[in-house]
Design a protein around this ligand. Structure first.
Ligand SMILES: [Zn+2]
Ligand SMILES: [Zn+2]
Length: 567
C-alpha cells in the first residue's frame, strides 16, 4: 500500500478532468471527520465534525479541524454534505459557519440534529438546510451526488456516491450492515452492488473504526431482547437507563421494553429531553403520550411503574448520570432498590470516567448492569466481516480507509488487499493529505494544514502555547515574583515578593520562599551593577536565576512569572 510522501507541493486548482480529495480530519483519529471532494474547481465538503479532547488537553472543550484550507478557498465552496447526526461529523459546523456561509445537505433527521447547534450559535442565517431523501440523486453545482441509506447508531445516515468525470467515488459514511435494524431501513447493498458492476466504483472511502474486530456486529434489535429480559428480571424495582441521546433506536427499544412491562418513561438530561421531543415530533420515535411523564413526577410514582431514560453513558462529569452517581442530581435521587442499565460502551478515553460513575452508583446502593455484564449495547460501526462484504460488493478500483486511528486504517487497508484490491491501489492517507484521481490513477499530490484547532469556551483557537502552559501549571505549579524598580537606576524599591501556587506548600516552606526572595534580589542587584535596566532583560534575569534555584533545591520546573513594575 502507498503511504503519503509527506511533501507539500503547489496545488494546481481547477483542472476539469481531475478529481481531488482533501482530508482535513478523521484519518489518524476518531473524531473531527472532514473531507473535501473537488471537481471543476469547486469544493464539496463531506462532514465537518469535532473531536472530544484527550485528557492531556487541559481545559479544552473540543477540537476542530484546521479550517485554513477552507478559509483560503472560501469562494470555491459549494456546500457541505453531512452524512449523519453525530457530533464527530457535524459538530464543527457551528464554528465554520462563523467565518463562511454555505448550504448544508443531509437527511431530515441529520439536519434537525445539526440545526440545534447552529441555532444556538445564532448562525442559521448563514446557511440553508436542504433535506435529501434515501436513494435521491441530486446535482449540487458541478457535483452529481447520490445518497444511499446505511445503518448506524443514529438513524438515517447516508453513504454518499459522487458520480464524477473520473468515475464514482463512494464514501461509506459511518455504517454497519444491520440486516434487522429497528426501523427496517437497511444498508442499501443492492444499490452499491449495482454501481460496482455498472459503471463500476473507482474509489471507495470506508469507515475503519472496527477494522481490527473480526466477524460481524450484532443487530441493534438484539439489544431489545436483552432489555426486555432485564425488565422482567428487575420487575418491581425502579429502572434508570443511560444511552446516547442521538441513539433514537436505542431509546425506542428502551421505551418499548418499559411500556411492555407496564411502565411509563421519563427523560433526564437536556439533550435526551430535546432529542426525544424532536424525534417524536418528526415521527422517528414512537412513545404514546400516555406513556411519557415529566421527570418531576417520577419521585411520586410507584418505582415498579417507571423507567427513566438518561444521558451520561460516557461518564461526562456534569451529565445527569454522573450527578446521580454523586447524589447531586436535583431531579432524581437514587438509592437501594434502583437499577441502572448503562446501554453503551465507554468510548476509548472515557473508561476512567465511566468506572467512577459505576462506583458511585454502587455506593448509593443501586444495582448496575453494563455492557461488560450483559449484551445491553452493540456497536454502530462495521466489523471486519462487514467491511469485507462492502469491499466485495463495491469492488472498487482504488481504496482509502477513513474514520479511524492509524492502526484501524492500517488494518482496513490489509482487509482491502485481502479482498483483491491491488497493493498499489490502496492508499493510506492521513489528515492533510491531498489525493488526485486522474485517467492514470490515484496519487498523493500534496498536503494542506491539518493541525488541531483547540476550542476553549467561546475562544476560537487557544493554540499550542496555551496548552503547553496549562500542562506546566498542572504538573509543576507557578511562582509569581512581584517587584518594583526605579525607572532610571533599576534599583529595587519594593519587593521582591514571591508567591506560589502548586510548587511548595507555602506555610511549611517559608524558609525556601525567603531564600528564593534573596536569590531574586541578588540577581536584580547584579543587573544594576551591570547597568541592565531594561524591563524584558530584568524579567529574563529573574526567570533564569530563580528557575536555576528552584531546580537545584527542589528538582522542579514550575512556571515562573516575573511582574516587574517601574516607579
Ligand atoms: Zn463517526
Ligand atoms: Zn457516527
Amino acid at each position: 500500500m502507498a503511504i503519503a510522501p509527506g511533501s507539500s507541493v503547489q496545488l494546481d486548482n481547477g483542472k476539469s478532468a481531475t478529481v481531488r480529495v482533501t482530508f482535513l480530519g478523521g484519518l489518524g483519529e476518531i473524531g473531527r471527520n472532514c473531507a473535501c471532494i473537488e471537481q471543476d474547481g469547486r469544493i464539496m465538503l463531506l462532514d465537518c465534525g469535532l473531536m472530544f479532547p484527550e485528557p492531556e488537553m487541559l481545559g479544552i472543550d473540543l477540537v476542530l479541524p484546521d479550517f485554513t484550507y477552507l478559509r483560503d478557498n472560501a469562494d470555491r465552496i459549494e456546500g457541505c454534505i453531512v452524512t449523519h447526526g453525530h457530533e464527530d461529523h457535524m459538530g464543527g459546523l457551528s464554528y465554520l459557519l462563523r467565518e463562511l456561509s454555505f448550504p448544508i445537505f443531509g437527511s431530515r433527521l441529520t439536519l434537525a440534529l445539526a440545526k440545534n447547534r447552529i441555532e444556538e450559535a445564532g448562525l442559521l442565517g448563514r446557511t440553508q438546510l436542504i433535506p435529501v431523501a434515501d436513494g435521491e440523486r441530486r446535482r449540487i453545482g458541478p457535483f452529481d451526488c447520490e445518497f444511499i441509506p446505511v445503518t448506524h447508531s443514529v438513524p438515517h445516515g447516508f453513504a454518499t456516491a459522487f458520480h464524477t468525470p473520473q468515475g464514482i467515488i463512494l464514501h461509506s459514511g459511518d455504517f454497519k450492515i444491520d440486516l434487522t435494524p429497528v426501523d427496517g431501513r437497511t444498508t442499501d447493498l443492492a444499490r452499491i452492488g449495482a454501481m460496482g458492476i455498472e459503471p463500476g466504483i473507482r474509489l471507495l472511502l470506508s469507515d475503519s473504526t472496527n477494522a481490527e474486530e473480526p466477524g460481524h456486529t450484532a443487530s441493534e434489535s438484539s439489544v431489545g431482547k436483552v432489555l426486555r429480559e432485564l425488565f422482567r428480571v428487575y420487575a418491581g424495582r425502579r429502572i434508570i437507563t443511560a444511552c446516547f441521546a442521538s441513539h433514537i433506536h436505542r431509546v425506542q427499544q428502551i421505551a418499548d421494553a418499559a411500556i411492555a412491562n407496564g411502565r411509563v418513561v421519563a427523560t433526564l438530561g437536556r439533550s435526551m429531553a430535546k432529542n426525544v421531543a424532536l424525534a417524536r415530533d418528526m415521527g422517528f420515535l414512537t412513545i404514546p403520550d400516555g406513556s411519557i411523564v415529566d421527570i418531576e413526577q417520577v419521585a411520586s410514582l410507584d418505582p415498579a411503574r417507571v423507567c427513566v431514560i438518561s444521558t451520561g453513558s460516557q461518564g461526562e462529569p456534569m451529565s445527569a448520570l454522573s450527578l446521580m452517581a454523586a447524589g447531586e442530581n436535583k431531579r432524581l435521587k437514587l438509592g437501594d432498590g434502583d437499577v441502572v442499565i448503562i446501554s453503551a460502551h465507554a468510548i476509548p478515553g472515557n473508561e476512567y470516567s465511566v468506572n467512577r460513575v459505576i462506583d458511585g452508583l454502587y455506593r448509593r446502593g443501586t444495582e448496575v448492569v453494563h455492557s461488560g455484564m450483559a449484551d445491553v449495547h452493540v456497536t454502530g460501526h462495521a466489523m471486519a466481516g462487514e467491511l469485507k462484504t462492502l469491499l466485495s460488493v463495491a469492488d472498487p478500483e482504488f481504496f482509502i480507509p477513513v474514520h479511524g486511528e492509524f492502526r484501524h486504517l492500517t488494518h482496513h487497508a490489509r482487509l482491502a488487499m485481502e479482498m483483491g484490491v491491488g497493493e498499489d491501489n490502496v492508499l493510506l492517507a492521513e489528515d492533510g493529505d491531498v489525493v488526485e484521481l486522474t485517467d492514470k490513477g490515484l496519487e498523493f499530490v500534496g498536503t494542506v494544514p491539518s493541525g488541531y484547532l483547540y476550542v476553549d469556551g467561546i475562544v476560537g483557537d487557544v493554540g499550542h502555547g496555551v496548552l503547553r502552559d496549562r500542562r506546566v501549571l498542572a504538573d509543576e505549579g507557578v511562582i509569581v515574583v512581584v517587584v518594583t524598580v526605579d525607572a532610571t537606576s533599576g534599583e529595587v524599591i519594593t519587593g521582591p515578593e514571591v508567591i506560589t501556587r502548586g510548587w511548595v506548600h507555602a506555610p511549611e516552606a517559608e524558609a525556601l520562599l525567603d531564600e528564593a526572595r534573596q536569590c531574586v534580589l541578588d540577581a536584580l542587584e547584579r543587573a544594576v551593577d551591570n547597568q541592565v535596566v531594561e524591563m524584558e532583560s530584568l524579567k529574563r534575569q529573574i526567570r533564569q536565576t530563580l528557575g536555576r534555584f528552584v531546580n537545584d533545591r527542589t528538582k522542579r520546573r514550575p512556571m515562573i512569572v516575573p511582574v516587574v513594575m517601574e516607579a
